[in-house]
Design a protein around this ligand. Structure first.
Ligand SMILES: Cc1ncc(COP(=O)(O)O)c(C=O)c1O
Length: 368
């Protein structure tokens, strides 16, 4: 088998979870495991967290179908689906006992007309400024009252999502928090049982204690990354995913020899070039050409030549590297570290996209 693998350190996931949980206690935690747990493997992540002494009260996924493997694996924890209720997902929601998002009267009509054996648990998404989905905040109290009284419905929660909690300037996130708090306070005054109120994502948990409410929704921080370079690093996190391979071939290139498509790299002197069996089909973005590094034999070495679909090359200079030697693309070795931020900076993106993009062709190897 190809030596390329994503090593998933479940002990680091447990560490991050415990540290974050300490920060928000006594609030509940929804562990966000959408997109296959940001590329880490949803079933393994969920099982690891569910087995902890104080497990998450919820898991959260983007789409109903993402919950299917969890239920198949025997995960019993409540699962919140961020997607809006629709004709297309109602059956799955019922079959897998999921809690689904609603935001307008259409969703209530769909439920009231359905033939259901028991009520469907719903969370109302309130748009306090994210501008993506949700009931406009000015209409939220009236809508939530209707949801609480609607046929076939159990109101399990109300939530909102921040647009800027990962930015240094928290002015808008604070405004969103105040808008949401007003709604929650009104519901409480009116005696509406709204279930759990939740707003904070990782950025909120790190820097907006007033946004904790009854529950927080943790995604990227569970996987060991801060959501941006602007948030505080007030909770110690350890990256969960490492990406490793082994040298496939190694030889000296003489001055003037070139490497890969387009001949972007030409040896200026005699140097050793190694090839590694991973490429853009595995999630090594082609725009990382000449912008990534590897740790080989304790040294940080530069990428050379265009990233190809299945193979990338590094210039290891005078280092004695042979086929089979370990290559760390993301991770730590010999006191050196490369993390998803190094790729993110080169690609003008965020670690979320890096770990999600490590494709299914790369086997996940789980370490406890
Ligand atoms: C609605 C919602 N809540 C929470 C999260 C988790 O956010 P983060 O990964 O920044 O913690 C996400 C992810 O984007 C989300 O869409």
């Amino acid at each position: 088998m190809r030596p390329t693998k994503a090593i998933i350190r479940l002990s680091n996931l447990g560490h991050n979870y415990r540290e974050l949980r300490k920060r928000v206690a006594p609030a509940k935690v929804a562990a966000v495991i959408k997109a296959d747990a940001y590329g880490h493997g949803a079933v393994e992540a969920a099982q690891t967290l569910a087995d902890l002494k104080t497990p998450p009260e919820y898991f959260a996924v983007a789409y109903a179908e993402e919950a299917k493997p969890l239920r198949k694996a025997g995960v019993k924890t409540p699962v919140l689906v961020f997607d809006l209720l629709s004709k297309d997902n109602l059956e799955e929601v019922v079959a897998d006992n999921l809690e689904i998002t609603v935001a307008d009267e259409r969703h209530l009509r769909l439920l009231s007309r359905a033939k259901l054996e028991r009520r469907v648990a719903v969370h109302v998404n309130v748009d306090t400024g994210m501008g993506r989905v949700g009931t406009p905040y000015r209409e939220a109290v009236a809508f939530i009252r209707k949801v609480a009284a609607a046929r076939n419905v159990r109101l399990a929660g109300v939530y909102t999502h921040f647009a800027t909690s990962d930015e240094k300037d928290k002015t808008f996130a604070r405004l969103q928090t105040r808008r949401f708090k007003e709604i929650v306070d009104r519901l409480r005054e009116e005696g509406v049982d709204y279930g759990v109120a939740h707003a904070a994502n990782s950025g909120g948990v790190l820097d907006l204690p007033e946004a904790t409410f009854d529950m927080v929704r943790l995604g990227i921080s569970l996987y060991g990354y801060y959501p941006s370079l602007e948030t505080s690093e007030s909770v110690p996190l350890k990256p969960v995913m490492a990406l490793e391979s082994r040298v496939g071939s190694s030889r000296i290139y003489e001055k003037g020899e070139t490497v890969s498509y387009g001949r972007l790299f030409m040896a200026r002197r005699s140097t050793r070039i190694v090839s590694v069996p991973i490429g853009y089909a595995d999630g090594v973005n082609r725009n990382l050409t000449h912008r990534m590094k590897a740790i080989i034999k304790g040294r940080i070495v530069p990428h050379v030549g265009r990233v190809t679909m299945d193979r990338i090359m590094f210039d290891v200079g005078d280092l004695d590297v042979r086929a089979g030697d370990r290559v760390v693309l993301i991770g730590e070795a010999g006191g050196k570290r490369i993390d998803a931020w190094d790729w993110s900076r080169a690609l003008e993106t965020i670690p979320y996209e890096i770990t999600c993009a490590i494709s299914k062709r790369v086997p996940r190897v789980y370490r406890r």
